[in-house]
Write a protein that binds this ligand. Sequence first.
Ligand SMILES: [Zn+2]
Length: 166
Amino acid sequence: MRCPACKAFNDDKVIDSRMTDGGSAVRRRRVCQACGRRFTTKERIEAELRLTVIKRDGNKAPYRRDKIVRGVLHACYKLDVTEQQIEELADRVEGEIFRDHERSIQSEQVGQYVSAQLRALNPIAYVRFMSVFRKFKEVAEFVEELEDVVVRVENETPDQQSLFEA
Ligand SMILES: [Zn+2]
């Protein structure tokens, strides 16, 4: 590990480890022995590699958390939702996914988990998400569609800075 503060490499010590995300990841608290900075890493390995998402047309793709995060991020565009809340939402969705699905999951089921969590988080984001999800039913497709929506919103309000610019 590289220290985020002083960039010392492999000079950290693990001070705490615990399972998280329904047992699909391990969170480790570390301390840099060069500068004393504490930081946390989250190791997520097996589940992403082994879980397959089955699309409606029968095509398969490896499960990827970042697709969920991107979809939710875009549904929450310009709303009062923090990236931390979005990551926590993704944690809860993944907890459900990995609890109930060992090898494969239908993409529509992923969308249902996301929509249930989004409904509790922010009603506008939920409506946005569902309007796209009902139409496309595909994680990849609704992410693309939401990106189009974001572009349109940006064009309509050009003087407001995007919350989610990289
Ligand atoms: Zn350091």
